[in-house]
Write a protein that binds this ligand. Structure first.
Ligand code: 6PG
Length: 236
């Protein structure tokens, strides 16, 4: 595990953008699971504005989780990514693999899982991403696996339908077997609201197992935390 701490969310965005550019440029074709959330949005804005030379044809984008809403909905992670990155870069449409969760989530989770099995290399009978980008909620959720449904982490399938604990919104999420099968996992976590969970998870304090984010442990051991100083306050 590697921990990178930066002064601000903007500095996290810049440094992760450098990391992502390097991964895309060094891979003939990089299969990347994107995340929703405010920190990835900052990354997308920064890359769209400052990284004009990236060979985006090398990038194949998927989502680690998606809300079960239309692609035009303000809640859609796909829409956020289009608005902040995909509409501003030259990437082949066939490289973008949206989750169509707005109609029949359970059937879509199966379709998306099948697509991953077709598009990605299989390692240990599980699709392997080059990179899975994750955020972490204040409650310690990651992707769309929430503490009240932590059993989804160990589901047999590659994808599951989750339910947001407060809104009841259904979401399609990668499960732990896919996330931990990735070559690299990058956590983008910023803000003081995350500090308590980040501290417990990184220090592996007893009881931190209740947070889905604490179950992220890629078999390759390539787990990189991109933190701002607020989120890292308890470990600096
Ligand atoms: C989503 C994300 C979710 C997000 C966390 C952190 O669909 O919202 O997948 O897991 O990463 O809620 O969000 P922030 O980066 O905004 O704190």
């Amino acid at each position: 595990m590697e921990i990178k701490i930066f002064a601000s969310k903007k500095e996290v965005a810049k440094n992760f953008s450098d990391f992502l550019e390097e991964l895309i440029e060094s891979n003939g074709s990089a299969h990347i699971a994107l995340s929703g959330g405010s920190t990835p949005k900052e990354v997308f804005d920064f890359m769209a504005a400052n990284y004009k030379g990236v060979n985006w044809a090398n990038a194949h984008f998927y989502w680690g989780d998606e809300r079960c809403v239309p692609p035009t909905d303000a809640e859609s992670n796909y829409r956020m990514t289009v608005d902040h990155l995909l509409s501003k870069i030259d990437i082949p449409q066939e490289n973008i693999h949206r989750v169509f969760g707005e109609d029949q989530p359970a059937e879509e989770a199966q379709r998306y899982a099948k697509l991953l099995g077709e598009k990605l290399p299989m390692v240990n009978n599980t699709p392997q991403f080059d990179l899975v980008i994750l955020g972490m909620g204040d409650d310690g959720h990651t992707a769309s696996i929430f503490p009240h449904e932590i059993e989804l982490w160990n589901a047999e399938d590659f994808c599951e339908v989750a339910v947001h604990p407060d809104s009841g919104q259904r979401r399609i999420t990668l499960t732990g077997k896919v996330i931990n099968n990735a070559k690299t996992v990058a956590f983008l976590v910023t803000g003081k609201g995350k500090a308590e969970k980040v501290t417990k998870i990184i220090n592996e304090e007893p009881g931190s197992h209740v947070y889905p984010a604490s179950l992220v442990a890629p078999a390759t051991d390539n787990l990189i935390w991109f933190l701002d100083e607020e989120a890292a306050a308890g470990i600096i």
